[in-house]
Write a protein that binds this ligand. Structure first.
Ligand SMILES: NC(=O)c1ccc[n+]([C@@H]2O[C@H](COP(=O)([O-])OP(=O)(O)OC[C@H]3O[C@@H](n4cnc5c(N)ncnc54)[C@H](O)[C@@H]3O)[C@@H](O)[C@H]2O)c1
Ligand SMILES: [Fe+2]
Length: 381
């Protein structure tokens, strides 16, 4: 068997990594960039620290600070119009997955014709993009190193993904200091998104030895450190490990893709605006129990990875991971679907839309039915 494993970004990792920004901007020969962020990142004082570094490099910049969680096509087109008007030659995105994904999508439109919706799918971006320096402030999505941008199409009421190696950030500045202002619920939700990526990529039917290695390593780091980061946001060792775990996991799912959990999460966010990490976390344990019969050995391997000892009972061991994830979500204060204001009356429509999600094609258990989805939504309610 031969397989491909794609890695692109130049990564600067650790405390003070942002000091490298002027050098990176100069290396790319950038003259005028667009700086992308949102209100939360600005309020945390992070955006200001980045503008100082850009000014230090003597590079001109325009700001797009209108990023929203679960960014939409409309916001992408707005930012792209501004970037084209200003004739920028590169991007710096500082923030969570929403800011980085938005910058990736805008970047597509700088060198490729048409509107962003037409690039939904895999490998549809024809021309290379401009330099993009991604500076994550959450430890969750791994968007800083993935070839993915997740966007909402408000007209179709779907969350879709643009997957293309061209959109991957050229450079990553991963400074754990930037994650310490994350509110507790954002730390928990984004951290659970990362754990979901590790687990789903490990059992994906596109997994290869290289992605499996990264999935398991990422899972072990994230599972150990997320409770610590949630318990004490100032625990810098845990913050650093979370950021590291995300990058390692990103290498895995960028190449192996995801599965049923993300199919449900995308649908929940498209219909009810749920935060991505929360949407994943509340269904994750139930989907893993559902998937267990399709990949029992891999479930046992993940249980071992998080420090559990299988009993030797082939009926029970494949479900150890799902049980542990249920305990973890309770401990971290992950909200149920009812607590996130998803009405039970919507389950039917939601289930129909989940079945249309392309990401379901990578799930180890195929043949998912509408009843299966509704059953999982009920358990997460
Ligand atoms: N591209 C990918 O590979 C990929 C993978 C998974 C998820 N995603 C997408 O990423 C998006 C979610 O991103 P996210 O979970 O990182 O959250 P986010 O970017 O939506 O941010 C969530 C909130 O936290 C705030 N915030 C972020 N960092 C902060 C900090 N350090 N201090 C204070 N406040 C801070 C933001 O202002 C925002 O209000 C979703 O749209 C999801 O679909 C992308
Ligand atoms: Fe995700």
């Amino acid at each position: 068997m031969s397989y491909n494993f794609f890695v692109r970004s130049n990564i600067t990792f650790g405390n003070g990594a942002a000091n490298e920004l002027p050098e990176i901007l100069k290396r790319h020969g950038l003259k005028k960039i667009m700086l992308v962020y949102d209100g939360g990142v600005k309020a945390a004082g992070i955006a200001g620290r980045i503008t100082e570094k850009i000014e230090e490099a003597g590079v001109e910049y325009v700001i797009f600070d209108g990023v929203i969680p679960n960014p939409t096509n409309r916001v992408v087109e707005q930012a792209a119009a501004q970037a084209k008007e200003a004739m920028v030659d590169g991007f710096v995105a500082v923030g969570g997955g929403s800011s980085i994904d938005l910058a990736k999508a805008v970047n597509v439109l700088m060198t490729n014709p048409g509107s962003i919706g037409q690039y939904g799918g895999m490998n549809l971006v024809k021309n290379p993009c401009l330099p993009l320096i991604a500076i994550p402030t959450t430890a969750g999505t791994s968007s800083e190193i993935t070839n993915v941008s997740a966007l909402i199409d408000e007209e179709k009421v779907i969350k879709y993904v643009v997957i293309d190696n061209h959109i991957t950030a050229s450079d990553v500045i991963a400074d754990p200091e930037f994650t310490k202002t994350m509110p507790v619920s954002v730390t928990a939700a984004t951290g659970m998104d990362a754990i979901t990526h590790a687990v789903e990529s490990y059992i994906s039917n596109m997994a290869t030895p290289l992605t499996e290695y990264n999935s398991l390593k990422g899972l072990s780091i994230l599972y150990e450190n997320l409770p610590k980061a949630v318990a004490d946001g100032q625990d810098m060792e845990a913050r650093e490990q979370m950021m590291l775990g995300c990058i390692i996991t990103g290498f895995a799912f960028s190449n192996a893709n995801l599965g049923f959990v993300h199919a449900i999460a995308h649908t929940l966010s498209a219909h009810f605006g749920l935060a991505h990490g929360m949407a994943n976390a509340c269904v994750l344990p139930y989907v893993m129990a559902y998937n267990a019969p399709a990949c029992p050995q891999k479930m046992i391997e993940m249980a071992r990875t998080i420090g559990l000892t299988p009993t030797g009972d082939p009926e029970k061991d494949p479900y150890l991971l799902a049980e542990a994830l249920k305990d973890l979500t309770r401990k971290l204060g992950i909200k149920t679907l009812s607590e996130q204001n998803v009405p039970e009356s919507a389950f039917d429509t939601l289930a129909e839309d989940v079945l249309k999600e392309p990401v379901l094609g990578f799930n180890p258990r195929q043949g998912v039915t509408k009843e299966d989805v509704i059953e999982i939504l009920r358990k997460a309610y």
